[in-house]
Write a protein that binds this ligand. Structure first.
Ligand SMILES: Cc1cc2nc3c(=O)[nH]c(=O)nc-3n(C[C@H](O)[C@H](O)[C@H](O)COP(=O)(O)OP(=O)(O)OC[C@H]3O[C@@H](n4cnc5c(N)ncnc54)[C@H](O)[C@@H]3O)c2cc1C
Length: 403
């Protein structure tokens, strides 16, 4: 059974993550929100420190090796592994600043894709590099099976052609994991991911996006024009297996959705803690022993938001714990992402509301967290798409039966 306490062995990690969030992220949070697109150079030292640790993933960047499926070696007992530790680390760091977490070198979502499906040789070759993930296209967002970027085999190389938009860390990463189809007539099963070196002459950066939130994170749009990559750059199995369908690609999402849910949990907690402090300063008492409806309206609203936060937190831990214990977690990963994404947006805005002008002012971070929150309910599958996945799983419907 899952134990909902933080495992003792991860307590030092949680406290280190919190220290980094408090002492490194928070002090530069506003600076890089305002200086959109400039690289937070303070992160270089932090990234080197993390690289220097025995298991670099433990601090909990968005990607790295933290989400590789691990066998529990036939051991029937509980396992608290790298999925849970990554989630716990991300919660702490995003309590500091989610845009800065997304800007951490070598911790991109592309690293998760590599960790999830790469062969040992590919892990060896690309390990330690920073990888962004490029799925979205102008005509394919939520419906990732509709992507048009093509990959044609030519001798020992694949030739990629297409357009990719909204690539997080696209300008800064060393590698871009590009999703492309081997044959548009075959559908989902022909979609594969390819590792493209950032300096490949066939990969052209078109522009960087200006955004509502996570402004410290760069978001790039690319054109791939006769972009040639070696055959070995295809991640996973090159065969088109119509029975396996989208399985390989979706496995990445089962691993990355709990991470985005963890980001949302971190931002929600930051907003709640700041608001609680402000309410206490204003003389509003929050009492857990009295019914919410008998308390000050602000306290009642706070309690309601906090209970949503707790639910999101627990679902996120569950999804990660299941991955560590080799249990299929597609349903729980989507439940966690849906609940945490929506809760984060509701809580961050609710906290701005409760704190009034102080919440709306740029003198404090509450307004920033409200802007940062929205993306967590959009990328890695929107709120609506997560609910669709949950409904399909509960009702036993396929993606063509329920869309
Ligand atoms: C800041 C930022 C960073 C990003 N980073 C990355 C990245 O690193 N890599 C990457 O590949 N992509 C990235 N994305 C893209 C992101 O994943 C997509 O924006 C997202 O998947 C939604 O796609 P879309 O924007 O095309 O919206 P659409 O798919 O056009 O959806 C529009 C609206 O319709 C709803 N909708 C769509 N289909 C259905 C349905 N069947 N039922 C009910 N409602 C539906 C959606 O929920 C949404 O509300 C990023 C986006 C942003 C804004």
């Amino acid at each position: 059974m899952i134990n909902l306490e933080i495992p003792k062995k991860f307590k030092p990690l949680v406290s280190q993550g919190n220290q980094v969030a408090r002492e490194v992220f928070r002090p530069i949070s506003r600076k890089y929100d305002e200086a959109e697109h400039s690289y937070p150079k303070e992160l270089d030292m932090l990234a080197s420190l993390i690289d220097g640790m025995n298991d670099g993933s433990d601090m909990g960047g968005a990607g790295a090796a933290g989400v590789r499926r691990e066998s529990n070696g036939g051991d029937e007992g509980n396992r608290n592994g790298s999925n849970l530790s990554t989630v716990l680390g991300i919660i702490e760091l995003c309590w500091g600043d989610v845009g800065l977490l997304l800007s951490m070198p070598r911790q991109g979502l592309g690293n998760s894709a590599i960790a999830s499906v790469a062969t040992e040789e590919q892990l060896e070759k690309y390990g330690g590099k920073w990888a962004a993930m490029a799925i979205t296209e102008p005509e394919a967002g939520s419906d990732s099976a509709a992507i048009r970027t093509t990959a044609d085999l030519s001798g020992d190389e694949y030739v990629l052609n297409g357009e990719k938009i909204f690539v997080t860390s696209g300008d800064r990463a060393d590698l871009i994991v590009v999703w492309a189809t081997l044959d548009r007539n075959v559908g989902r099963a022909a979609i594969k991911s390819f590792i493209v070196e950032r300096d490949n002459p066939g990969l052209k950066l078109d522009r960087l996006e200006h955004k509502l939130g996570i402004r410290a994170s760069d978001t790039a749009n690319f054109t791939l024009q006769n972009c040639r990559v070696p055959k070995e750059a295809l991640l996973g199995n090159p065969e088109i297996d119509t029975k396996a369908g989208f399985g390989g690609a979706m496995q990445t999402f089962d691993n990355t959705r709990p991470l985005v849910a963890a980001m949302a949990v971190g931002v929600a907690r930051a907003s709640l803690e700041e608001t609680r402090k402000r309410l206490e300063e204003a003389g509003v008492e929050i009492d857990y022993d009295k019914p919410a409806l008998t308390q000050h309206a602000a306290a009642a609203r706070y309690l309601e938001m906090e209970s949503d936060y707790e639910a999101a937190h627990l679902l996120t831990l569950q999804a990660a714990w299941m991955a560590d214990n080799s249990k299929p977690n597609s349903l729980q990963a989507s439940m966690a992402k849906a609940k945490a994404g929506r809760t984060c947006v509701d809580v961050a805005l609710g906290c701005v509301e409760l704190c009034g002008s102080l919440g709306y002012s740029e003198n404090h971070l509450l307004e920033k967290w409200a802007r940062d929150a929205k993306i967590l309910d959009i990328f890695e599958g929107t709120q609506q798409i997560q609910l669709l996945i949950v409904a399909r799983q509960l009702l036993g419907k396929t993606s063509s039966e329920l869309r």
